[in-house]
Ligand binder design. Sequence first.
Ligand SMILES: NC(=O)c1ccc[n+]([C@@H]2O[C@H](COP(=O)([O-])OP(=O)(O)OC[C@H]3O[C@@H](n4cnc5c(N)ncnc54)[C@H](OP(=O)(O)O)[C@@H]3O)[C@@H](O)[C@H]2O)c1
Length: 288
Amino acid sequence: MILVTGATGRIGRQLTTLLVAQGARVRAMVRDPARARTMLPSAVEIVAGDYRHPAGFATVLADVEKVFLLQVPHAGMVTEQRAFLEAAKMAGVKHVVRMSSLGASPSARARIPRVHGVAEKQLESVGLAWTHLRPSFFMQNLLMHAPQIASVGRFALPTGNGAMGWIDTADIAAVAAVALTQPGHEGRAYLLTGPQALSHGEVAQLLTEVLGRPVVFEDESGDEFVRRAVAAGMDAWMAEALNELYALVRAGLAKVVTPTVSQLLGRPARTMREFLEEHRPQFQSATD
Ligand SMILES: NC(=O)c1ccc[n+]([C@@H]2O[C@H](COP(=O)([O-])OP(=O)(O)OC[C@H]3O[C@@H](n4cnc5c(N)ncnc54)[C@H](OP(=O)(O)O)[C@@H]3O)[C@@H](O)[C@H]2O)c1
């Protein structure tokens, strides 16, 4: 039995679909089973569970051999993971494939790679086989800007000319499926990127070509980004966390591309142009 956490999220949904298609027995730990039932393949066993409620972990983990562990970063993430990993060990889990991030390290300057770095070390220390997936920025993050791009043809972030090795979440889910179902991935950390490093300005240029009308990227200050994000409802910890990451992007530290996705999948990683063309309707205005 493979347990998928974060199963209703961007990666989890694609991963459960891939695993079921391969004939794997899949259980999803979800916070809202009724909602999850409408989102996941019928062959997925759905069990209620929440990282904040350790009392439910034994039920969630019964008979589980492998776990896809995905947590949303926040200040209490590592504490929640500790309780979950202890329960996993008690339940006889053999291998945990963990969603981490580019640059994960306990000494990272930005808090998201830092909490992922601490969580990786914690996983390594509990005595379960582990695999760390460390993806770069998701192409799907661009969908947050799609309404603005559709309506006014502009979007802003505090990343300057900094480039990133954008990756499609479909490729991350495919790598996770390989690590969970094929041998030889224990004790490995995979830095996962797409095939090209692109700045937001270069993405805007590609969008201009794909949509056939101008799309402009505007650099903004970190303070302006935090103010805007909090006003739009983002919690302050996450707004500051993203601001810290964007500062590293601006400094050129996210300009990393690896061949790992194509090596693990035996096919090329998806390109930004493929992603934008596939999602063109979301970026289009009524008059496009
Ligand atoms: N975005 C990026 O560019 C990027 C880059 C590198 C790494 N990452 C990492 O990728 C991960 C996010 O992946 P994603 O985009 O697939 O996530 P996502 O779409 O935001 O989904 C988050 C999932 O976690 C579940 N969840 C939230 N809180 C929970 C809790 N307390 N207990 C149990 N489940 C909970 C959500 O369930 P509900 O449906 O109940 O809300 C949902 O299924 C994070 O670890 C992030 O650091 C992201």
